[in-house]
Design a protein. Structure first.
Length: 227
């Protein structure tokens, strides 16, 4: 699903965000990317979705090379990815349902089925009572759930969530992590970045990628892992 070989990312100002990354993520895997702010977590996620291209090495996501000149194939691969970023990018003046459906508009789905899938996604994130509410009238947490519903309504095989617990208290943060991990199955991998390692202590059946100054270390949940 994801394979990185000696991947580095150097920004135009000369900043080396990632250094010689070697990584394999398989279908159905739950992955937490941890590390302090500025360590390279978000840069790694941007590479995985094709918002940035590696400066060195080779990166494949869903069997597609993520590099310049391959934009058409990358756009096709993105249809199978459900992103949840810190900025929800919901459209004011539109309902929760409309926002979720707009995230599906390039998938070639019939309008009736699109509406049904969007409604089901909102129900799954606990917003069945807010389907027809305009997003500017939702709480911050509710808006976040709309963003998650928009990502999963596409039935992706890869979910990428960047710091989804950043502005939440402990209980709501745990709820969001449990919600996101509930979408993992034999075909769908879930990748979550977080600096709050205390929220994931004791998690089983997961892979932990620790990013430190652009370099990574990988551990499985059955091994001891500290923040």
């Amino acid at each position: 699903m994801i394979e990185a070989r000696e991947v580095s990312l150097i920004y135009p100002d000369g900043t080396r965000a990632l250094k010689n990354i070697n990584l394999v993520i398989k279908p159905g895997e739950l992955v937490y990317i941890t590390g302090p702010s500025g360590s390279g977590k978000t840069s790694l996620l941007k590479l995985l979705i094709g918002m940035e291209y590696s400066t060195e090495g080779e990166l494949k996501v869903l069997e597609q090379l993520m590099n310049k000149g391959n934009e058409h194939r990358i756009r096709k691969a993105r249809k199978l990815i459900g992103p949840v970023f810190q900025e929800f990018k919901l459209i004011d003046g539109r309902t929760a349902l409309e926002n979720v459906m707009m995230g599906m508009r390039f998938l070639g789905i019939a309008p009736k089925r699109m509406k049904e899938d969007a409604e089901n996604a909102l129900k799954r994130v606990g917003l069945e009572h807010k389907i027809h509410t305009r997003v500017e009238n939702l709480s911050w947490g509710e808006a976040q759930r709309v963003a998650i519903a928009r990502a999963v309504a596409r039935k992706p095989v890869l979910i990428l969530a960047d710091e989804p617990t950043g502005n939440l208290d402990h209980d709501n943060a745990i709820n969001i992590l449990e919600l996101l991990t509930s979408f993992k199955d034999s075909n769908t991998a879930v990748v979550i970045t977080t600096h709050a390692t205390h929220l994931i202590d004791g998690v089983k059946n997961a892979t932990f990628i620790r990013v430190t100054s652009g370099e990574i270390s990988v551990q499985k949940s059955e091994e001891e892992f500290g923040g």
